[in-house]
Design a binder for this molecule. Sequence first.
Ligand code: ZN
Length: 569
Amino acid sequence: MTDERHAKSANELEGPVTEVPVELPERHVLVRCPGCRRAVDAAELSSALDVCPRCGTHLRIGARRRIEVTIDDGSFEEWDEGLEAVDLLGFPDYPAKLEAAREKSGELDGVITGRASIGGEACALFVMNGDFMMGSMGSAVGERICRAFERATEEGLPVVGFAVSGGARMQEGTTSLMQMAKVSAAVRRHGEEGLAYLVVLTDPTSGGVTASFAMEADVCLAEPGALVAFAGPRVVEQTTHRRLPAGFQSAEFQLSHGFVDAIVERSELPGAISGLLALHDPSARGPEHAERLPRWPLPLRDQEPLRPDASAYERVERVRSNHRPTIPALIDQVFDGFFELHGDRGFGDDPAIVAGIAWLAGRPVTVIGTDRGRNTKERVERNFGSPNPEGYRKALRLMRQAEKFGRPVVCLVDTSGAYCGMGAEERGQGAAIADSIVAMSGLSVPEVTVICGEGGSGGALALAVADRVCMLSGAVYSVVSPEGCASILWRSAKRAPEAAEALRITAPELERMGLVDEVIDEAGMGTSAFADAFGARLASMIDELSGLDASELVSRRYDKFRSMGRFSE
Ligand SMILES: [Zn+2]
C-alpha cells in the first residue's frame, strides 16, 4: 500500500487530524474532536492523553508524545537517531517530500527506536511516527527497526513496538518491500532466543506493516477504534464496488476476527504493557497473593455438597447446574493478574474458550479454560461451553507460546463437548482437536489439566493430554454424553442414567482405572478457602514437574498415555 492512498483513506475515516485551533478571548484553545465533532479544550484534551473526554475517541499522537506518555520518566535512550532516508531511485519530488516531512515532524524519518523502561520493566522500543509521511516504511524505517530487534536480541531485551503506518514507502520502490522481509527475519531471530515482542496497533496501521512485523508479535494490543487493515477501506471499496459496513477494519473488528489479543485504552497501556513484560520476564516473581482484579464480577457460587452415594447421572446433572462455579470464576479466584488473550489469528475469537497468562504462586503460567457462561445470555454467546475450532486454535496458539517462554500450562475443563455445528465442521473441528492433542503430547513444558465439571469427549481431551490429569471429586469424564450413548445404542435418551452408570464416568472410577492421576476434593468449591487450596495443589504439581527436563517430561507423558488400554491377545 502507498502512504498517499492511506492518507486519503484515513481522512475518509475521519482520522483524528486536528483542525485549525480557534483562539477564544479567555485564551482557551479549542479543537474539534473528529469522533463526536464537538469542540474540546486543547489543554483538557492534552491532559486526557489526547483521548476525547466526551466520546473517548483516541486522537492520533506523534511518536515523541507517545514515548512521553508511555515510558518511565527519563528512561529513554535513543538509538540510531542519525539514520535517515536517501532518494535511492531519484524518484520525482521525493527529496522535497522528505524535506517537508522533516520540517513538519522535527524528525529525520518515520520511526524512533531506543531503550526504555515501562513500569520498571526494561525493553527495546520502536515507535512509528504518523507525522512523518504517514509512518510509511522505507529503508531507514526498516533499518532502525531491524537494528532495534538485533540489539534487543544481543542484550536479551523484550521489544515493545507502536505501529502506525500507511504501508511501504513507494518512493523507494521494491527496496521498501524488502524491509518487510528484513524486519520479519530479525523478529524471528529475536523470538528464537525466547524473548517477548509486544505490539500496539494504533490508528492507522495498514499495508505492508500489517503484513509483516505489526502482526508478528507474541501479544498484539490495539487502541480502541484504530484502523487496522492490509488494504485500506477505499481500496477495498474500489475493488469490490461495495460500501463497507461501519466499523469494518476497526480494532474491534480485528479482535472479533481473531487477530488482536486485547483492546486497551491509552491511559491503561503503560500498566498493561508492564504487566505483560513482567509475565514474560524470566527473573520476575509475581505476587504470591496479590489483590485479585474482579474481572468476572459474580462471585463463585456455593453448590450443594456432593453426596458420596450420588449416582453417575446425578453427578452429571449436578455439574451442569447453574450453581456450579464457572471456570472464569475459578480462574479469577485461583490465579493472580490474569491477562486474557484473544483470537486464533485465522478466523475468530471463541468465547467458549477463555485463555491467557497469569501468576500462580509467583510463577507465570498459561491458563486455558472452557466457559459455559453464568446465565442464559452468556450461555448462548458461548455455545453453552462447547468450543468451535477457533477456540481450540486459540488454545493451541497459546500453548505454543507457553512453550516458547518455558511457561507451564494449566487447563481447566468443563464442557459437554466440542460444538457440533455446520460452521464448526466447515472449519475443521476434528482437525483442530487433533492438532491440539498431538501438540500437547509433545509440548516441552509442564502441563496440568483439571476436569472441573463435565469432561465431554474429544472436546475435553483436546485440553487434557497433560502430565497430570486431575478431576474434581464431583466431575465426570466420558467418551460420549450419557444422553448420546443411550440414544445411539438404545434409541432412547431417557435411558441416560443407565448409560451414565455403564460408561463409568465418575472421578473415583476413572482414577481406579488409571485414566486420571488424581481426584481433588471439591468440598467448599465456591469459597476462597477452596480456591486457595486448589491453587496451592496446582502450584505444587507444577513445581514437581518443573524439576524434570523437557525430554524426560515428554517421555513420561508418552509412557503414561501409552499404557492406557485393556485387551487380551
Ligand atoms: Zn469526541
